[in-house]
Ligand binder design. Structure first.
Ligand SMILES: NC(=O)c1ccc[n+]([C@@H]2O[C@H](COP(=O)([O-])OP(=O)(O)OC[C@H]3O[C@@H](n4cnc5c(N)ncnc54)[C@H](O)[C@@H]3O)[C@@H](O)[C@H]2O)c1
Length: 301
């Protein structure tokens, strides 16, 4: 397994976790962020994560914070951007990155939803540009969606998939650059119906979550929907769809119920109330439950 020189741009929630994963796999990692509070704490945050997970603490020594972008990317084989979700910022950043990297360096964006085509269209060489969509926290959720545009070379996709596989991730190839890629399209199709059930008074928000967690949610980590369709039979799946699909939510925009929550300042954990009420204790209990669950899943892999 050859080691690579990785540059991570942005040392926030995702950037520090991505740097940690690549460093733990033995790669040398440079990381850049213009906000000193982010850059100066990045090694301490990675060290704390490594300790908490029982991973090799010396991995942090392979992470080098850089105070300017050009230094961070100059020697990199692979650059991944994890800055704020802002198209203009990302476009400007990649233009600057391209001026400072070697010709064979792969350029990746970790955007959540912005089409990679929009971010990369101004580059001189768009064949080496692609998307890599990680999930939070990067060191606990295995999937990375590798998204090619119409310009991305097959070699750039192959090298990126190999790099992530070697780092212990589970990369998948998304062949078309569509909004939401694959994971967020699936996730938000479910959320749309979840919100509609509450909006139409069919059940309350807690019931929606209980139904999912206590039924098909139990199976989802080991049985995907298409495996499930084959398991029960495509004929049964067709019969179910003939009855259910005309009845479920299909509006193309966000729910008015969701828009009203936001307009009323019911922003969820941020304001203490969203679909449900959340005390500070309930918020921290839920966060910790999710983290424990993800750690247990990683330990069982
Ligand atoms: N948070 C998630 O669950 C998640 C999951 C997948 C993808 N993403 C995507 O990853 C990206 C980063 O998200 P995050 O949650 O880590 O955000 P964050 O706010 O925690 O971190 C963003 C970092 O970018 C830095 N930054 C701003 N301008 C910069 C510049 N010019 N150069 C370098 N760094 C700069 C900020 O100082 C900050 O430290 C976004 O595009 C986001 O949509 C987030």
């Amino acid at each position: 397994m050859t080691k690579s020189r990785i540059a991570v741009i942005g040392a926030g929630l995702m950037g520090h976790g991505i740097a940690q994963v690549f460093a733990l796999a033995g790669n040398d990692v440079t990381i850049y962020d213009p906000v000193m509070a982010a850059l100066d704490t990045v090694k301490a945050r990675i060290s704390a994560n490594l300790q908490d997970l029982g991973d090799d603490p010396s991995a942090v020594e392979r992470v080098q914070p850089c105070h300017n972008l050009a230094d961070a990317v100059a020697e990199a084989d692979y650059v991944v951007e994890a800055v704020s979700e802002d198209l203009l910022l990302k476009q400007k950043l990649f233009a600057e990155i391209e001026r400072n990297v070697r010709s064979a360096t792969i350029l990746a964006s970790n955007t959540s939803v912005i089409p990679i085509t929009k971010i990369m269209r101004g580059l001189q060489d768009r064949s080496r540009a692609l998307g890599t969509h990680w999930w939070n926290p990067p060191f606990l959720v295995p999937l990375v969606e590798v998204i090619g545009t119409e310009w991305t070379s097959p070699q750039a996709i192959e090298r990126t998939i190999a790099l992530h596989r070697d780092a212990g991730k589970m990369p998948v190839h998304v062949k078309k650059d569509v909004p939401g890629f694959v994971g967020n399209r699936l996730q938000h199709a479910l959320w749309r119906e979840a919100i509609a059930l509450v909006e139409h008074g069919i059940c309350d928000a807690e019931t929606v979550d209980t139904v999912i967690k206590a039924s098909f949610g139990r199976r989802l980590a080991v049985l995907g929907p298409l495996e499930n369709a084959d398991l029960v039979g495509t004929d049964l799946t067709l019969a179910i769809h003939q009855t259910v699909l005309p009845a479920i939510e299909s509006r193309p925009g966000p729910s008015p119920y969701l828009e009203k929550l936001v307009a009323d300042g019911r922003l969820g954990f941020k304001s203490g109330e969203g679909f449900r009420m959340w005390s500070a204790e309930e918020q921290s209990a839920l966060r910790s439950k999710v983290l424990q669950h993800l750690k247990k899943a990683r330990a069982q892999e």
